[in-house]
Design a protein around this ligand. Structure first.
Ligand code: DC
Length: 218
Protein backbone atom coordinates (compact mmCIF):
# COMPACT_ATOMS: atom_id res chain seq x y z
CA UNK A 1 0.00 0.00 0.00
CA UNK A 2 1.18 3.51 -0.79
CA UNK A 3 0.95 6.63 1.36
CA UNK A 4 -2.69 7.51 2.04
CA UNK A 5 -3.74 11.04 3.04
CA UNK A 6 -7.42 11.65 3.86
CA UNK A 7 -9.02 15.10 3.73
CA UNK A 8 -12.63 15.46 4.83
CA UNK A 9 -14.77 18.50 5.40
CA UNK A 10 -17.88 20.39 4.32
CA UNK A 11 -18.57 21.79 0.84
CA UNK A 12 -16.41 24.78 -0.04
CA UNK A 13 -13.80 24.35 2.71
CA UNK A 14 -11.05 24.22 0.06
CA UNK A 15 -10.39 20.49 0.16
CA UNK A 16 -9.77 20.07 -3.57
CA UNK A 17 -7.53 23.15 -3.83
CA UNK A 18 -5.40 21.92 -0.93
CA UNK A 19 -5.37 18.31 -2.06
CA UNK A 20 -4.19 19.35 -5.54
CA UNK A 21 -1.41 21.53 -4.10
CA UNK A 22 -0.17 18.79 -1.77
CA UNK A 23 -0.48 16.16 -4.51
CA UNK A 24 1.71 18.12 -6.89
CA UNK A 25 4.24 18.97 -4.17
CA UNK A 26 4.57 15.34 -3.06
CA UNK A 27 3.94 13.55 -6.37
CA UNK A 28 0.77 11.85 -5.14
CA UNK A 29 -2.39 11.13 -7.11
CA UNK A 30 -5.30 13.38 -6.16
CA UNK A 31 -8.56 11.44 -5.82
CA UNK A 32 -11.70 13.59 -5.78
CA UNK A 33 -14.43 11.29 -4.40
CA UNK A 34 -17.11 14.01 -4.63
CA UNK A 35 -16.64 13.81 -8.41
CA UNK A 36 -17.55 10.12 -8.28
CA UNK A 37 -20.82 10.90 -6.45
CA UNK A 38 -21.41 13.65 -8.98
CA UNK A 39 -20.79 11.13 -11.80
CA UNK A 40 -23.50 8.83 -10.47
CA UNK A 41 -25.77 11.86 -9.95
CA UNK A 42 -25.47 12.66 -13.69
CA UNK A 43 -26.58 9.10 -14.44
CA UNK A 44 -29.70 9.55 -12.26
CA UNK A 45 -30.49 13.00 -13.71
CA UNK A 46 -30.10 11.76 -17.29
CA UNK A 47 -32.58 9.02 -16.52
CA UNK A 48 -35.05 11.64 -15.29
CA UNK A 49 -34.95 10.28 -11.73
CA UNK A 50 -35.81 12.66 -8.89
CA UNK A 51 -33.84 12.67 -5.64
CA UNK A 52 -36.79 11.31 -3.62
CA UNK A 53 -37.11 8.23 -5.85
CA UNK A 54 -34.80 6.00 -3.82
CA UNK A 55 -35.93 2.72 -5.39
CA UNK A 56 -35.19 4.05 -8.87
CA UNK A 57 -31.80 5.31 -7.69
CA UNK A 58 -30.93 1.86 -6.33
CA UNK A 59 -32.03 0.22 -9.57
CA UNK A 60 -30.16 2.75 -11.72
CA UNK A 61 -26.93 2.03 -9.80
CA UNK A 62 -26.82 -1.33 -11.54
CA UNK A 63 -26.57 0.21 -14.99
CA UNK A 64 -23.89 2.77 -14.04
CA UNK A 65 -20.19 2.21 -14.38
CA UNK A 66 -18.07 5.06 -13.04
CA UNK A 67 -14.40 4.91 -13.91
CA UNK A 68 -11.53 7.26 -13.22
CA UNK A 69 -8.63 8.00 -15.50
CA UNK A 70 -5.76 10.43 -15.12
CA UNK A 71 -4.98 12.51 -18.19
CA UNK A 72 -1.96 14.84 -17.75
CA UNK A 73 -2.32 14.19 -14.01
CA UNK A 74 -5.91 15.48 -13.95
CA UNK A 75 -8.74 13.23 -12.82
CA UNK A 76 -11.28 12.49 -15.54
CA UNK A 77 -14.57 10.84 -14.68
CA UNK A 78 -16.21 8.46 -17.14
CA UNK A 79 -19.79 7.28 -16.91
CA UNK A 80 -20.44 4.14 -18.94
CA UNK A 81 -17.45 4.97 -21.12
CA UNK A 82 -18.38 8.64 -21.71
CA UNK A 83 -16.22 11.45 -20.31
CA UNK A 84 -18.60 13.56 -18.19
CA UNK A 85 -15.98 15.66 -16.39
CA UNK A 86 -17.22 18.97 -17.85
CA UNK A 87 -20.68 18.51 -16.28
CA UNK A 88 -19.50 17.63 -12.78
CA UNK A 89 -19.59 21.12 -11.28
CA UNK A 90 -23.15 21.99 -12.40
CA UNK A 91 -25.28 23.14 -9.45
CA UNK A 92 -28.04 20.58 -10.10
CA UNK A 93 -25.45 17.82 -10.23
CA UNK A 94 -24.02 18.87 -6.84
CA UNK A 95 -27.48 18.93 -5.33
CA UNK A 96 -28.37 15.51 -6.74
CA UNK A 97 -25.04 14.13 -5.47
CA UNK A 98 -25.75 15.45 -1.99
CA UNK A 99 -29.27 14.00 -2.01
CA UNK A 100 -28.43 10.60 -3.53
CA UNK A 101 -25.18 9.97 -1.61
CA UNK A 102 -26.97 8.89 1.62
CA UNK A 103 -28.36 5.83 -0.20
CA UNK A 104 -26.23 2.88 1.03
CA UNK A 105 -26.23 1.21 -2.42
CA UNK A 106 -24.77 4.39 -3.94
CA UNK A 107 -21.99 4.46 -1.34
CA UNK A 108 -21.24 0.73 -1.67
CA UNK A 109 -20.86 1.16 -5.42
CA UNK A 110 -18.10 3.76 -5.00
CA UNK A 111 -16.33 2.42 -1.90
CA UNK A 112 -14.51 -0.33 -3.75
CA UNK A 113 -13.37 2.04 -6.49
CA UNK A 114 -11.96 4.46 -3.88
CA UNK A 115 -10.22 1.79 -1.80
CA UNK A 116 -8.77 0.18 -4.94
CA UNK A 117 -7.14 3.44 -6.03
CA UNK A 118 -5.58 3.92 -2.58
CA UNK A 119 -4.25 0.37 -2.51
CA UNK A 120 -2.35 0.78 -5.73
CA UNK A 121 -0.60 4.14 -5.30
CA UNK A 122 0.24 7.14 -3.10
CA UNK A 123 -2.97 9.15 -2.88
CA UNK A 124 -4.43 12.22 -1.29
CA UNK A 125 -8.18 11.63 -1.28
CA UNK A 126 -10.85 14.14 -0.36
CA UNK A 127 -14.50 13.70 0.54
CA UNK A 128 -16.80 13.39 3.54
CA UNK A 129 -16.07 9.93 4.96
CA UNK A 130 -12.51 9.21 3.87
CA UNK A 131 -10.91 9.24 7.33
CA UNK A 132 -13.91 7.60 9.00
CA UNK A 133 -14.94 4.90 6.48
CA UNK A 134 -12.98 4.68 3.23
CA UNK A 135 -9.40 4.81 4.55
CA UNK A 136 -9.63 4.26 8.32
CA UNK A 137 -5.89 3.44 8.39
CA UNK A 138 -4.77 6.51 6.42
CA UNK A 139 -1.29 7.79 7.31
CA UNK A 140 -2.59 11.34 7.80
CA UNK A 141 -6.17 12.51 8.34
CA UNK A 142 -7.24 16.13 8.08
CA UNK A 143 -10.64 17.65 8.78
CA UNK A 144 -10.69 20.90 6.84
CA UNK A 145 -13.41 23.41 7.56
CA UNK A 146 -14.29 27.12 7.33
CA UNK A 147 -17.28 29.23 8.35
CA UNK A 148 -20.42 29.11 6.18
CA UNK A 149 -19.89 32.81 5.31
CA UNK A 150 -16.31 32.24 4.14
CA UNK A 151 -17.27 29.21 2.07
CA UNK A 152 -20.23 31.02 0.47
CA UNK A 153 -18.04 34.02 -0.38
CA UNK A 154 -15.45 31.78 -2.05
CA UNK A 155 -18.15 30.12 -4.16
CA UNK A 156 -19.64 33.53 -5.00
CA UNK A 157 -16.24 34.82 -6.17
CA UNK A 158 -15.63 31.67 -8.20
CA UNK A 159 -18.99 31.96 -10.02
CA UNK A 160 -18.68 35.73 -10.49
CA UNK A 161 -15.24 35.26 -12.03
CA UNK A 162 -16.79 32.86 -14.54
CA UNK A 163 -19.46 35.48 -15.34
CA UNK A 164 -22.24 33.36 -13.80
CA UNK A 165 -24.84 35.56 -12.05
CA UNK A 166 -25.46 34.50 -8.45
CA UNK A 167 -26.73 35.66 -5.09
CA UNK A 168 -24.55 35.46 -1.98
CA UNK A 169 -27.45 34.84 0.41
CA UNK A 170 -28.79 32.03 -1.83
CA UNK A 171 -25.37 30.39 -1.86
CA UNK A 172 -25.11 30.66 1.95
CA UNK A 173 -28.50 29.00 2.29
CA UNK A 174 -27.52 26.22 -0.15
CA UNK A 175 -24.26 25.55 1.69
CA UNK A 176 -25.96 25.44 5.10
CA UNK A 177 -28.57 23.00 3.75
CA UNK A 178 -25.91 20.79 2.20
CA UNK A 179 -23.93 20.74 5.48
CA UNK A 180 -27.05 19.70 7.33
CA UNK A 181 -27.75 16.86 4.86
CA UNK A 182 -24.14 15.63 4.76
CA UNK A 183 -23.74 15.71 8.55
CA UNK A 184 -27.05 14.18 9.62
CA UNK A 185 -27.47 11.34 7.15
CA UNK A 186 -27.45 7.83 8.61
CA UNK A 187 -24.82 6.25 6.35
CA UNK A 188 -21.28 7.60 6.58
CA UNK A 189 -22.16 11.13 7.75
CA UNK A 190 -19.60 13.90 7.51
CA UNK A 191 -17.75 14.08 10.81
CA UNK A 192 -14.24 14.54 12.05
CA UNK A 193 -12.43 11.22 12.58
CA UNK A 194 -11.10 10.87 16.13
CA UNK A 195 -7.53 10.85 14.87
CA UNK A 196 -7.97 13.65 12.31
CA UNK A 197 -6.24 17.02 12.65
CA UNK A 198 -8.69 19.93 12.52
CA UNK A 199 -7.74 22.86 10.27
CA UNK A 200 -10.01 25.90 9.99
CA UNK A 201 -9.12 27.66 6.74
CA UNK A 202 -11.35 30.74 7.31
CA UNK A 203 -8.37 33.03 7.84
CA UNK A 204 -5.66 31.11 6.00
CA UNK A 205 -4.41 31.25 2.43
CA UNK A 206 -4.38 28.08 0.33
CA UNK A 207 -0.57 27.96 0.52
CA UNK A 208 -0.67 28.20 4.32
CA UNK A 209 -3.15 25.35 4.56
CA UNK A 210 -1.17 23.22 2.09
CA UNK A 211 2.00 23.82 4.12
CA UNK A 212 0.17 22.83 7.33
CA UNK A 213 -1.03 19.59 5.73
CA UNK A 214 2.38 18.80 4.21
CA UNK A 215 3.99 19.27 7.63
CA UNK A 216 1.82 16.42 8.96
CA UNK A 217 3.16 13.90 6.43
CA UNK A 218 5.85 11.69 7.97
O1 DC B 1 -17.25 17.42 -2.51
P1 DC B 1 -18.40 17.61 -3.49
O2 DC B 1 -19.16 18.90 -3.33
O3 DC B 1 -17.96 17.40 -4.92
O4 DC B 1 -19.44 16.41 -3.16
C1 DC B 1 -20.72 16.35 -3.70
C2 DC B 1 -21.63 15.54 -2.78
O5 DC B 1 -21.20 14.17 -2.75
C3 DC B 1 -21.62 15.99 -1.32
O6 DC B 1 -22.65 16.91 -1.03
C4 DC B 1 -21.80 14.72 -0.53
C5 DC B 1 -21.34 13.64 -1.46
N1 DC B 1 -20.07 13.01 -1.04
C6 DC B 1 -20.13 12.01 -0.10
O7 DC B 1 -21.22 11.70 0.38
N2 DC B 1 -19.00 11.37 0.27
C7 DC B 1 -17.81 11.71 -0.23
N3 DC B 1 -16.71 11.03 0.15
C8 DC B 1 -17.72 12.76 -1.17
C9 DC B 1 -18.88 13.42 -1.55
Amino acid sequence: MGINIAIDGPAGAGKSTIAKLVASKKGYIYVDTGAMYRGLAIHFLDKGIRAEETEKIIEACQSAKVTIRYEDGVQQVYLNGRNITSRLRDEEVGNMASKSSPVPEVRAKLLELQQGLAREQDVIMDGRDIGTCVLPDADVKVYLTASVETRAKRRFDELTEKGIPCDLKEIEKDIAERDERDMTRETAPLKQAEDAVLIDSSHMTADEVAAAVTALIP
